[in-house]
Design a binder for this molecule. Structure first.
Ligand code: ZN
Length: 192
């Protein structure tokens, strides 16, 4: 089986034309525009482009499905949507994306759906995990930052030592009163 690639099945907005791409939607759109508006392009006279030019429509690609597929299964899934959207009889697709061997059709479809779903659920699980992991890390970081600010604020509150009169962090009072500094200063104060 060849490599799985991110595959986008799309339909053109307001035109019943199904396509698929294993590059980006932006690159695919660029190619469609070249074919539509460059008279030297060999696809210039395809019915879909003639129609777009005649009615002065923009080309917009709406993703229907994003899957990780081999190039062969990409064509099969595209074919599935061409059939679902009836886009040959009732739209602008000229050719089938994939021709099934009629006898093998059922078996192949079942297999492709099985593989598709396997690939899909794996990709989804990975995505979910990544999203969740990112979110947890983010929340953890935010919580630590919030706590840190709280601790910083709490630590900045100072109290006056009742022995020596020094200004001391409220939580460090006990420790402070054990220090030589406090003992020395309180001695001096008591002598005065
Ligand atoms: Zn003190």
């Amino acid at each position: 089986m060849d490599k799985l690639k991110k595959t986008i099945i799309y339909v053109m907005r307001s035109i019943n034309y199904i396509g698929s791409t294993q590059t980006s939607l932006r690159k695919r759109l660029h190619a469609h525009c070249g074919a539509c508006y460059n008279p030297n392009n060999k696809k210039y006279n395809m019915p879909v482009y003639k129609y777009i030019r005649k009615h002065n429509l923009g080309i917009e690609l709406i993703p229907i499905k994003v899957l990780f597929l081999s190039s062969k299964s990409a064509k099969m899934v595209e074919q599935y949507y061409i059939e679902q959207y009836n886009s040959i009889e009732n739209g602008f697709n000229c050719v089938n994306a994939y021709r099934y061997n009629k006898k093998a059709k059922q078996a192949t479809l079942a297999k492709s759906w099985y593989e598709r779903n396997k690939e899909l659920s794996k990709a989804r699980a990975n995505k979910r995990y990544k999203e969740k992991k990112g979110l947890i890390l983010k929340q953890e970081k935010a919580r630590r930052k919030k706590n840190w600010n709280k601790i910083k604020a709490r630590n900045s509150i100072k109290k006056k030592c009742n022995l020596c009169g020094c200004s001391v962090n409220q939580y460090g009072m006990n420790r402070h009163q054990q220090t030589d500094k406090c003992k020395r200063l309180s001695k001096t104060q008591n002598q005065d």
